[in-house]
Design a protein around this ligand. Structure first.
Ligand SMILES: [Zn+2]
Ligand SMILES: [Zn+2]
Length: 292
């Protein structure tokens, strides 16, 4: 027997309420599985990055003042209590300035290789780390909340430099700052990442023409244990590009031997036609909070 369709439909008010709850649940699920990335500072003046999920986050490096770290996190509604770990890439002061304040006074567990911890403790520029340190090994993953963090080797003139590749919710975020050359390991992590922070430190011509830099310093920067120039970064990205690489941030851009525009142009030219967002990170100012 024919029955009008209307008899099967709920009251419009109930239908609307069910729809609202459904959309809210979808949104909550969507937000729950989002990664949040923030660059607090990225240059030889200081480096600090945040990566988190709804349930907590990590910092990579603490090379700026602790007050600036706390205020930038607060500006982005990130509670310092939600920071579960501080991972250190290497012992240079532009990456370690506030490691002691954060790990010992604020109680954020510090993770670094044994050689990096030793080098920080030998430095006269930072206080000694006496507790709250955790030794990591390259290629051995550590789970922090929703994130699995894998340190990997970078060649740089520090005691023991690493990059970090972080996997969460089926997405991979990799950060590699301060490296002098593209190794097989570096290529591998570019080729499997969805989100990538990579150094594009200097422009070769600008460095060569810089009369304020002594020859020995130029050699250090340009060497296999120095920094990546725009062309090296561009070539590595071009050779290892894949369609699941969604966003590239260029970091540690030199104030004296590069410009963000030049770095961006060199990398964009090499990836011409590729569907990927590319942007330089500001040297001393925080980025927006990216939802990935
Ligand atoms: Zn650095
Ligand atoms: Zn360095």
């Amino acid at each position: 027997m024919y029955q009008p369709l209307i008899t099967f439909c709920p009251h419009p008010a109930i239908f609307t309420q069910v729809l609202i709850i459904f959309v809210a649940k979808l949104e909550a699920r969507y937000m729950q599985e989002k990664l949040r990335f923030l660059s607090l500072s990225s240059s030889s003046d200081g480096n600090c990055f945040y990566l988190g999920t709804q349930s907590g986050g990590i910092l990579i490096d603490a090379g700026i003042g602790v007050r600036k770290i706390l205020s930038t996190l607060a500006d982005n509604n990130i509670d310092i209590e939600s920071i579960r770990a501080l991972f250190v890439t290497h012992d240079h002061i532009d990456h370690t300035r506030a490691v002691c304040s954060l790990s010992e006074r604020r109680g954020v567990p510090l993770y670094a290789t044994a050689k990096t911890i030793e080098a920080i403790n030998r430095s006269s520029l930072t206080p000694k780390l006496t507790s709250n340190t955790n030794i990591i090994e390259k290629q051995q993953s550590i789970t922090i909340g929703d994130m699995v963090v894998t340190p990997f080797e970078l060649l740089h003139d520090a005691f023991d430099c690493v990059g970090y590749s972080i996997e969460a919710f089926g997405k991979r975020f990799t950060l590699m700052t301060d490296l002098g050359c593209i190794t097989q390991t570096v290529s591998h992590y570019i080729s499997i990442s969805n989100y990538l922070v990579i150094e594009s430190n200097y422009d070769r011509d600008m460095l060569a023409a810089n009369t304020n830099y002594p020859y020995i310093l130029k050699q250090r920067i340009d060497g296999n244990y120095g920094h990546l120039c725009n062309e090296q970064t561009a070539q590595a990205l071009c050779e290892n590009f894949h369609n699941d690489l969604k966003h590239i941030w260029l970091c540690h851009i030199s104030r004296d031997n590069n410009t963000p525009q030049l770095a961006l142009k060199t990398i964009c030219d090499s990836l011409c036609g590729c569907n990927v967002e590319i942007e330089p990170l500001e040297r001393c100012n925080p980025s927006p909070l990216f939802l990935l």
